[in-house]
Design a protein around this ligand. Structure first.
Ligand code: MCA
Ligand code: AMP
Length: 505
């Protein structure tokens, strides 16, 4: 028996004294030292009493220790559950309860709130701060740096990532060892990553893009990362000469293009820029090539599937498309009502099948059955079309979803909060074009007859329950919502009406 994920991505580098993480303060952590740290944390989780298959909920700032905790979970057979640092206590409380996490790792600032939740569920709380301090690191430092890696099957769970839904509760996507390992290897190969690569890493590590795409691909190739706490334009421009590759959401690229220091010279030695998580405008693709002579490589993925398609490394990277299905991924376009496959060129829902596709939603067999077919095809909720050269185009969404700066926002979640506020009859939340975030949130509020809801108080209520990135950037009052003959709210009419309100001045 073995542990495919740990052995394949981490253990294989255990004796490597080459750099893995380059930090802002100029220090470097080798693969060997990174793994010794992970192993000490693995020993600590065993001491705490965690068993293979237990969930570890983690809401911490990005740091080498946070990444080591992920490696430690892989080595111990624990299920890693990373959480956005912007989530409020209300949001966290649901994830912790639903997952049944037995260990919660957070920073000192959230310890009090999360301890109250942990007390109710019998979980242990340890802290890990951005500077490496905290009870987890303190205890781990006294642990041995050898650990007998826990045996796992390729089909065992490695991670649980929550995605919100168009209706109802957030769902935990169950990702197996094989899902993560196969995708990391495929992408490293497709994008020609080697141990010489230095990836400029400015994405958060609590989502698929920064964790399973950027970090796992670097690990699969044995390369290194310039590991930045977050996206900071000055730091990115200052450090780019030391990198060979970068991965980002479209906002990264539009922000770089807005800066005169971002020049052809600055990028001349770079090998590859990858974009994903949200649509990259063909206009941005064109401007980027004009400025740098690099064509951004756009790819398409989801939390439930990791990456599905990619533009080619060699060959034409076609603007406005997400390229071809990855070698081991099948992709078809189907009719939304019957699921019947559609011929080339027609628009329909995108379905995918392959070793990258998750196992289902945590403890939600009905939701799983709705979206994951018996034959293994997953209904993505995206609408697409395949052109005569085989390139996949994403043309829209079959789900009510806003993507702001690469973060997913489900209008329903915000509408539920708005609808509860005094004086509100109903509301509709829509996504509108935004020059920086691609899309941003507008809340349209319909007052009850004769009432005038206090919009500031409504924003306070939203702040209490939902992460900052989900907050409407503006609320507007309207007498009634536009509806079609069936009574369904016509969000497209609202989008047309307000489409320019966030446009650049
Ligand atoms: C920060 N804010 C945001 C966002 N980020 N609001 C809306 N959308 C956002 N994405 C808030 C901040 O809290 C702040 O609030 C205000 O907006 C402005 O912050 P700013 O300093 O401009 O933002 P930032 O800190 O520079 O962050 C912007 C960012 C960041 C760099 C684009 O959001 C980011 O790193 N996004 C990447 C997300 C990502 O990794 N997605 C992958 C998901 P205040 O008004 O209080 O100051 S995985 C996925 O989608 C699939 C699998 C895939 O295909 O990859
Ligand atoms: P998430 O639920 O965070 O995994 O977000 C996945 C969604 O992001 C997909 O279903 C798509 O709607 C969107 N997405 C990811 N990559 C791209 C891309 N390159 N172009 C357009 N949409 C994308």
């Amino acid at each position: 028996m073995t542990n495919p994920l740990y052995d394949g991505l981490f253990g294989v580098h255990a004796d490597k004294r080459t750099p893995f993480l380059h930090l802002l303060d100029g220090t470097t952590i080798t693969h060997q030292d990174f793994l010794a740290n992970a192993t000490r944390i693995a020993n600590l989780t065993a001491k705490i009493g965690l068993k293979p298959g237990d969930r570890v909920a983690v809401q911490v700032q990005k740091s080498p220790d946070a990444l080591a905790l992920y490696a430690a979970c892989a080595q111990s057979g624990l299920i890693f559950l990373p959480l956005n640092t912007a989530y409020t206590v209300d949001e966290l409380s649901y994830f912790i309860k639903d997952s049944g996490a037995l260990l919660i790792v957070c920073d000192d600032r959230s310890k009090k709130d999360l301890s109250a939740i942990a007390n109710r569920s019998g979980a242990t709380v340890e802290t890990l701060n951005a500077d490496g301090s905290g009870s987890l690191a303190e205890q781990a430092s006294g642990m041995p740096s050898t650990f007998s890696t826990v045996d796992r099957d390729a089909d065992d769970l490695a991670a649980l990532l929550y995605t919100s839904g168009t209706t109802g509760r957030s769902k935990g996507a169950m990702l197996t060892q094989a899902n993560l390992l196969s995708n990391a290897r495929t992408l490293a190969n497709e994008w020609r990553f080697t141990s010489d690569d230095v990836l400029l890493h400015a994405l958060p590590i609590f989502h698929t893009h920064g964790l399973f795409v950027a970090s796992n691909v670097t690990l699969a190739a044995g390369g290194s990362m310039i590991f930045l706490p977050k996206f900071d334009l000055d730091q990115i421009i200052g450090l780019m000469p030391r990198a060979t590759t970068m991965m980002g959401v479209p906002t990264f690229y539009t922000r770089l293009l807005d800066d005169v220091r971002f020049t052809r010279d600055l990028t001349s030695h770079m090998r590859l820029f990858v974009s994903g998580s949200a649509p990259l405008l063909a206009e941005t693709h064109g401007q980027f090539e004009e400025r740098t002579n690099h064509r951004i490589l756009e790819r398409y993925g989801m939390t439930e599937t990791n990456m599905n398609t990619s533009n080619p490394y060699e060959g034409e990277r076609r603007a406005g498309t997400v390229g071809f299905p990855l070698p081991d991924v099948e992709l078809k376009i189907t009719k939304s009502d019957s699921g019947e496959a559609l011929p080339e060129g027609e628009i329909g829902q995108i379905e995918v099948r392959g070793p990258n596709v998750f196992k289902g939603y945590w403890r939600m067999p009905d939701k799983t059955a709705d979206e994951l077919r018996q034959d293994g095809f997953f209904i993505t909720g995206d609408l697409g079309q395949i052109d005569s050269d085989g390139y996949v185009h994403i043309v829209g969404r079959n789900k009510d979803l806003i993507i702001s700066g690469g973060y997913n926002i489900y209008p329903k979640e915000i509408e539920l909060v708005l609808d509860e506020q005094p004086g509100v009859l109903e509301s509709a939340v829509i996504g509108l074009p935004h020059p920086d975030f691609g899309e941003t949130v507008l809340g349209v509020v319909i007052p009850k007859v004769g009432q005038s809801p206090d919009l500031d108080k409504m924003m306070d209520a939203v702040s209490q329950s939902l992460a900052r990135f989900k907050h409407p950037r503006r609320l507007v009052l309207l007498n009634e919502l536009p509806r079609n003959a069936m009574g369904k709210v016509q969000k497209n009419v609202l989008r047309d009406q307000y489409q320019n309100i966030f446009a650049k001045a």
